[in-house]
Design a protein around this ligand. Structure first.
Ligand code: SF4
Length: 347
């Protein structure tokens, strides 16, 4: 098996059969060898740096009804909220003082946040914090809307593809959501010039290893600047309430594989990983991740942005989150840094 890993390091590619063997491998020594190679690759490019992204979950209204999501429109038990412009700017102010140099505005697909509302907000954040990067994660929009948000100053865009298999996509989403449109959105974002992040859930309902290999092939083709992956975690008010949580071990192996396959990629150790395993984020960093995304949302709304059950870090103040994260990162031999943390192609 080590020869397969060496081949991956050398060629950044494997056959489907080899990918499958690696994803399913349970031999501890082999998995540690894979993680060690992933760390080697990331350290050559990013050293020991771990970049911070300040996550501002600014609305949990969503017009969509993704079957796995706790804030889907059909969930009548979700307590809805929307931050004001002032609250969002206040989150940025707090975050900037704490050392964040990237803000991520994340929300459901909320019609209130039209281009007319988002554009002045983006401009104001970029004017106030010119040394910071601004990432948007507000779902599917038309190309001209993405272009306007980019022209206003947004630097990056996160839009998980969730699965690169059309049929699988359709089993996770209602009929009105289209796989082709999701993919088109990603290509549009790239063409416009955003640093683009995609990603998938690991262990989502109906997912097979073949689907994961398809995801890897898509990543090779799309070459995103960021890849966000985390284990699927069920939410009790969704049709997938009784499904099992995705495997942390497979998530970690995939983090290592993605790091080796796309050496320059920005790879977060996600909150979902930290929820599925108390040391998940540390393990993620040791598997090749180089980004963490502490929450900057006001504490009184954190418990309402619940895409899945038992989400961690919903009670702590931002200052406490960053202190905790800095220590966790240090404990595994890495360093949280006060930098924008752009993809190497954008520096
Ligand atoms: S996954 Fe995103 S688009 Fe889908 S329902 Fe949840 S917030 Fe809305």
């Amino acid at each position: 098996m080590k020869s397969i890993i060496d081949k991956l390091v050398k060629t950044r590619d494997l056959t489907d059969e080899e990918f499958e063997q690696l994803i399913l491998c349970e031999d501890k020594e082999t998995i540690e060898y894979l993680a060690a190679k992933a760390r080697e690759v990331r350290e050559k490019i990013y050293g020991k740096d771990v970049y911070l992204r300040g996550l501002i979950e600014f609305t949990n209204y969503c017009k969509n009804d993704c079957l796995y999501c706790g804030i889907r429109r059909s969930n009548k038990n979700a307590e809805r909220y929307r931050l004001t412009e002032e609250q969002i700017l206040n989150c940025c102010e707090v975050g900037y003082k704490l050392g964040f140099r990237t803000f991520v505005l994340q929300g459901g697909e909320d019609a209130y946040f039209s281009d007319e509302v988002l554009i002045p907000l983006i401009k104001e954040i970029k004017e106030k914090y010119p040394d910071c990067a601004l990432t948007l994660s507000v779902g599917e929009r038309e190309k001209d809307s993405y272009q306007k948000l980019f022209d206003a100053g947004a630097d990056r865009y996160l839009l998980r593809h969730e699965t690169a298999d059309k049929e699988h996509y359709e089993s996770l989403h209602p009929a009105e959501l289209s796989f082709d449109h999701r993919m088109q959105c990603l290509w549009n974002l790239k063409e416009i010039g955003f640093q683009v992040g995609c990603g998938m859930m690991i262990g989502s309902p109906y997912q097979t290893v073949k689907h994961l290999i398809k995801d890897l092939r898509f990543l090779q083709d799309f070459k995103p600047e960021m890849v966000g992956i985390g284990p699927f975690i069920p939410h009790h008010d969704t049709p997938f309430a009784d499904r099992e949580t995705g495997s942390v071990d497979i998530t970690l192996k995939l983090l290592s594989i993605i790091r080796i396959m796309l050496p320059e990629v920005l790879l977060p150790a996600t909150t979902a990983l930290g929820t599925a395993d108390g040391l998940g984020r540390e393990k993620g960093i040791l598997a090749g991740a180089n980004v963490v995304m502490p929450n900057l949302s006001p504490t009184d709304v954190r418990g309402k942005y619940l895409l899945y059950d038992n989400k961690i870090c919903t009670g702590d103040e931002a200052a406490e989150c960053i202190r905790c994260m800095t220590l966790r990162v240090q404990k595994v031999g890495y360093e949280v840094v006060q930098k924008r943390g752009d993809h190497i192609r954008f520096i």
